[in-house]
Design a protein. Sequence first.
Length: 430
Amino acid sequence: MKAAIYTLGCKVNQTESEYISELLAKAGFEIVSPEEEADYYIINSCTVTAEADRKTRQNVRKFKRKHPASTVILTGCVPQAFSQEAERLTEADIVLGNKNNGDIIDLINRYESEKKRIIAAEPHKSGEPFRECGISGFGGRVRAFVKIEDGCDRFCSYCIIPYSRGRVRSKPLEDLKKETDALAENGVKEIVLVGINLSAYGKGKDFNIADAVKICADNGKILRVRLGSLEPDHITDDILTTLSHINKFCPQFHISLQSGCDKTLKNMNRHYTAGEYKELCGKIKNIFCEASITTDIMVGFNGESEEDFNESLEFMKSISFEKVHVFPYSERAGTSASKKGDDVSKSEKERRAAIMAAEASKIRAERLASLRGKTVRVLFENEISAGIYKGYTKSYIPIIIKSDKNIIGKEIDVIITSSNGEYCEAKLPI
């Protein structure tokens, strides 16, 4: 039997898709690409925006239309947050949420036995433990995402995630060690720790995110440890100091901003001010000499005036982010912000997004251009074309180099020769 997995959404979803893939493989399934013929098509959904919901519906229907004799399985955040809407998506033969995606083999067996549609999305409950989702590989890649945290207690006014992921819960350190050891044995060189609210890792426990980094770094075969997206109000001075003493830690901090305007941050129910965010960035740059800070910025949130937008734009410039993901606000049903409406037009959101993105791109291009002539250490991850390899510095600068030898999985010092605004080209030292 053949199974294909189509993943929408974040790095946590990518990790869970890998977990599902390993469960299927252990049960005897052959894992194939979603473009190939398969007996089962699993859509691991995202519901962070209305557009993500649309893509989920579109893909469920597409796979059923193209492969009517195959079994289509919908899992992930859509059925978890909106179980009734998912149930109405009748092209899905099996529907289960992210809470119980580990039950997929039992549900497939039950479906084959009963030949009846199955709806099995279990709601999250307060106090539930972190559910096992360990992986032993990541599709043969050098870099692996490892989920160590799930859920969020923040309830930002625009966000549905606490309803689709439940409350904060953390992977035990002993489980993380076992997973790290397995990944290292299977050729993984870099681990990226990810979570829904990663900075809250260890909440209510006697460990934190720095302890997780140390567990991974202690494995001799792991060369680097990186963090996924972080919330600014959980990053303490003690955590930063501890991380600075871990040699394998990559000082690339993706810290979600959303807005540089205090009025907008308050309306979003974010738990910090622009000033507090800026202070944190200053600490990071003082502690880590090669630190890079990247972020997400939303434009056009309900109530954001032109003055508010310009305040956010100037704040973004003042931080000089290495890279910025800019996106327009999308009203999300079920959130507190959706009850207040959406008073910024689509065209105005697009205009603001274009301005913000253009300014962010200028800053990034200047930063990359400033690296010309510098020697940097790069972990190469893949061959993008014959003899052309791509890798990343610890600060997550993408580097392209020509090599007659296969350098995938190798950490090499190279000299940057040029940049094009998105990546740098380099050569080996003479």
